[in-house]
Design a protein around this ligand. Sequence first.
Ligand code: GDP
Length: 298
Amino acid sequence: SRLVSGLTKTRDNIVSGIDAVFGGFSQIDEDFYEEIEEILIMGDIGVSATENILESLKQKVKENHIKKPDECKELLIESIKEQMQVGETAYRFEEEKSVVLIVGVNGVGKTTSVGKLAGKLKAQGKKVVLAAADTFRAAAGEQLKEWANRAGVDMIGGQEGSDPAAVIYDAVAAAKARNADVLLCDTAGRLHNKKNLMEELRKINRILEKEYPDAYRETLVVLDATTGQNALAQAKQFAEVTDLTGIILTKMDGTAKGGIAVAIQSELQIPVKYIGVGETIDDLQKFDPEEFVNALFD
Ligand code: GDP
């Protein structure tokens, strides 16, 4: 599958090493666990998630009276899956009238992801309106307009430098007038100015509460998987300024740092809802942790 082929480098990065450890050790001892730990951390799974995985693995080895390293693999896979559990991942915005705010810093693939998501929802027969509320970045509106055309959906924008909240206000009016199922909002991601970002998102949320109270609200943060631990740090910073309901992890095609999906879900307890696996409109997939870990160890 696409997921499996896209994960080739991540798989090489993590699983080849793990297999070597399983094959190279004749007994389960501290050295064995240390080798596994190192591989997981090098594979971007993150220190804290790795510690939890190791703890769980040791427990399982004990409970199951496992003596041979090569009998641990299934237990390790189970332990990684446990770390990715964040409850049922809901896609409520697909079920009812909703507003989806998309946040994320420049370059992570935010505009592309908004476009892909618009295409996906449109293909489900939904009426979608896009709001180009990233008025801060030159050409962001034009770039989104191209995606709107590609997806065949309407877009509401504003002048460069205009108030993002005003764009949202207009977009809500348009969504109501057109009886839209989903209003998808591209917002500016100025993480270097956290106070501004927080205020801007607060203002946008206030408008949505007041003008569109019956619409279900989601906030998805877009993160670039190729940046590894940086992606995790960004997610934490966004989580500090607003309530995140999910993550879109982009550029999972061809990165060796796909292990970051484990770190993110484990540390933030926020579900990765979609992964980006390429640059075209069809390259957005729903993320299933179980399937992901299985693909890694395939
Ligand atoms: P923004 O600044 O966050 O809005 O980022 P863009 O949407 O403009 O994307 C930045 C670059 O990343 C573009 O060249 C996109 O084609 C590329 N990109 C976005 N998502 C993906 C993905 O899932 N896979 C790959 N390979 N490239 C992507």
